[in-house]
Ligand binder design. Structure first.
Ligand code: UDP
Length: 332
């Protein structure tokens, strides 16, 4: 039996496809290449298409023997979701509805879902646990929460089991050097810091140094993308052995401030990395750090690439060898 990976040509999706292939899984990738890259797909069968296209989904489920879906395909920019929430409801929420309906038509009963710490909003306590309040502060997080809730009701009605993985800050690149992070536009801290180290940007903007943290900058929990990828493979295994549906945080449980990330990047790259302090970015909580105890205990997840400098080192290697990412050829 094989796995369908929607959004498998994207950053976390492509690393998960690599992990599945390393384990000998048969993989079909469905990606509209809006943000994904053809070159990021290291194997399996790539279908260029959209999750909102029921014909494409019916075709895949008819032609291939699929028992589980890993669902990444979504828009994920917080800022854009605030100015254009309709796009997020259309692609994320309606897209997930289209996928779940197709799974139901074809009797596919397992889904692993790419969720986010943005479902929590401003945290009640640190580290955040899965049972904590969910009150998203942006439309992106709200749509991901709606998608999680949709899966809950599809389980109730149609017995489709789900695992929802709420990521904290994904970073780093695959050890093969073949795939890494390439967003257009890039908004994430670590790639922007490394582009500054490469001289592609004049400085890194620090969005606020007046938060109530030790150095005044925001604290986040950075997790290696290959550790995230492994969690998806473990989640599929959990569902295949009859495990129950559930929601799991994925993070290292250790927070680093924006200034600490920049300092670590200076050490790794040996470059100066000029900094400019700017205003706070809308919707940024001061501290987001995960408790991943549940994923460790129930999924057997054991993130092994947890040193910040190692994570940055792997991202640095990707950026040095791919200063223009995948070259933008497949960006539409
Ligand atoms: N950040 C920053 N400058 C940048 C990009 C990000 O200071 O150019 C900060 C951002 O405000 C947040 C942290 O770095 O506190 C991580 O941001 P990122 O966008 O990488 O991930 P997020 O936490 O939003 O998922």
């Amino acid at each position: 039996m094989g796995v369908l990976v929607t959004g498998g040509a994207g950053y976390i999706g492509s690393h998960t496809v690599a992990s599945l292939l390393e384990r000998g899984e048969e993989v079909v990738i469905l990606d509209n290449l809006y943000q994904g890259h053809r070159e990021a797909v290291l194997g399996g069968t790539l279908v260029e298409g959209d999750i909102r296209d029921t014909g494409v989904l019916d075709d895949i489920f008819t032609k291939h023997s699929i028992d589980a879906v890993i669902h990444f395909a979504a828009n994920s920019l917080v800022g854009e979701s605030m100015s254009n929430p309709g796009k997020y409801y259309e692609n994320n929420v309606y897209g997930t509805l289209s996928l779940l309906e197709a799974m139901n038509r074809h009797g596919v009963k397992k889904i692993v879902f790419s969720s986010t710490a943005a479902t929590y909003g401003e945290p009640e306590r640190i580290p955040i646990e899965e049972s904590d309040r969910t009150e998203p502060t942006n439309a992106y997080g709200e749509t991901k929460l709606a998608m999680e809730k949709m899966m809950k009701w599809f389980e109730h009605a149609h017995d489709i089991k789900y695992v929802s993985l709420r990521y904290f800050n994904a970073a780093g690149a695959h050890e093969s050097g073949k795939i890494g992070e390439d967003h257009n536009p890039e908004t994430h801290l670590i790639p922007l810091v490394l582009q500054t180290a490469l001289g592609k940007r004049k400085h890194i903007s620090v969005f606020g140094d007046d938060y109530s943290t030790a150095d005044g900058t925001c604290i986040r929990d950075y997790i290696h993308v290959s550790d995230l990828a492994d969690a998806h493979v473990l989640a599929v295994a959990h569902l295949r052995r009859g495990g129950t549906s559930g929601i799991y945080n994925l993070g290292n449980g250790q927070g680093f401030s924006v200034k600490e990330v920049i300092e670590a990047a200076r050490k790794v790259t040996g470059r100066e990395i000029p900094v400019q302090i700017e205003a706070r970015r809308a919707g940024d909580p001061a501290v987001l750090v995960a408790s991943s105890k549940k994923a460790r205990e129930e999924l057997g997840w054991n993130p092994s690439r947890d040193r910040l400098e190692d994570i940055i080192e792997s991202a640095w290697s990707w950026h040095q060898h791919h200063p223009d990412g995948y070259g933008g050829k497949d960006n539409k």
